[in-house]
Design a protein around this ligand. Structure first.
Ligand code: MN
Length: 359
């Protein structure tokens, strides 16, 4: 068993990248996808999942996992509709299991799935990247957050920033007003305990994505941010199907997180890995870099080495790429730089693997 290189693809009509292009990257064999039009709380029907699966398989690839089945705000806040939404989530997992899909990524972030202040910061070589600046966040009215970045989305709808949800951003903030980190954690445990039986039945690995950035933004509670909290969650629901998406770029936003050490401490519970690099210009300003260690702040060799050491055998994917070669695509999700990233990560892995076998 070894890791499998995968690529995120948003599905027909939602991605500028085609399955045919992904197939030609060669390093990639698995697709990470989703039913993009589903709102949190909606059931994914088996025939819809089957059609998506067939499209991927007709291109000579296979579905290695889902990113994401989104969790509703009712579940996150524990409001009246929570049990109804959990029942729908269970039905979705059941339908995924029947279609032989065994890994589901999700997150438990309030209101905004992820936060960046720029979607196209220009770097010295003319490429553009997503970037985050704390001072810009501190100066921003959260209601205006969507308007301020939507102009840079290249006409795409970015995951977690659906206009339908963002139209209600004031109400969303109100829903979380009385939720502190302990309550949010309790709601997450409640959700996981409710879905574990169906995960056990169909062998579905749930993989929680960390909060990005890994601290509170706009005073909203955030919990999946560091080693202590993620290990607490692993213990609170101590079932191997309760696992982790290890995203180096998200945990790495906090320079206090020792990424290889976190990976080792999560042995057996990492079901999915997002591997990318960040370049810090200061502790409160970072931008997404090329995957290459030298281009950013992280030692990508040590991250891959730690994944190899724990026997990681799940799907892995390059994460956000830079926009290069004049490509126009969803910010972070173009073809070219992610393809380069997948090749680089495969190269690191092959070297580590062969060196290990020689010993
Ligand atoms: Mn990620």
């Amino acid at each position: 068993m070894t890791m499998e290189m995968t690529f995120r693809w948003y599905g027909p009509g939602h991605d500028t990248v085609t399955l045919k292009q992904i197939k030609q990257i060669r390093y990639v064999t698995g697709i990470i996808t989703m039913l993009y039009d589903k709102m949190p709380g909606e059931v994914w029907h088996q025939d819809e999942i089957h059609a998506l699966k067939k499209e991927v398989e007709d291109a000579g690839l296979h579905i290695a996992g889902i990113e994401s089945v989104n969790v509703s705000d009712a579940i996150k806040t524990g409001s009246a509709d929570r049990d109804k939404d959990i029942a729908a989530y269970i039905e979705t997992l059941e339908n995924l299991g029947k279609e032989d899909i065994h890994m589901v990524c999700y997150n438990f972030m309030p209101v905004f799935d992820w936060t960046r202040t720029e979607l196209a910061r220009r770097r010295a070589d003319g490429s553009t990247v997503l970037a985050y600046n704390q001072a810009a966040i501190d100066a921003m009215d959260p209601d205006k957050m969507f308007a301020s970045i939507s102009g840079d989305m290249n006409g795409t709808v970015m995951p977690g920033w659906e206009p339908e949800r963002m139209a209600h951003v004031k109400e969303l903030f109100a829903m979380y007003q009385s939720i502190d980190t302990e309550q949010l954690f309790a709601n997450l445990v409640y959700f996981l305990k409710a879905i574990m039986p169906v995960c056990d039945k169909y062998n579905i690995n749930m993989a929680i994505h960390p909060d990005d950035p890994a601290w509170s933004v706009f005073k909203l509670p955030r919990i999946i941010i560091n080693k202590e909290n993620i290990l607490r969650l692993m213990k609170a629901v101590d079932d191997p199907h309760n696992g982790v998406t290890f995203c180096s770029g998200s945990y790495g936003t906090n320079l206090g997180n020792d990424l290889p050490d976190m990976i080792r401490s999560l042995k057996g519970r990492i079901h999915f890995a997002h591997v990318r690099n960040l370049k810090f210009n200061s502790p409160s300003d970072f931008e997404e870099a090329a995957h290459l260690s030298e281009d950013g702040t992280f030692d990508m060799f040590e991250i891959m080495r730690a994944l190899h050491d724990i026997g990681f055998d799940g799907p892995i994917r390059p994460d956000h790429g830079r926009m290069i070669w004049d490509e126009v695509a969803m910010p972070g999700y173009g073809l070219y730089d992610r393809a380069l990233g997948s090749a680089y990560l495969c190269g690191l892995w092959e070297a580590i693997d062969k060196e290990e076998k020689r010993k």
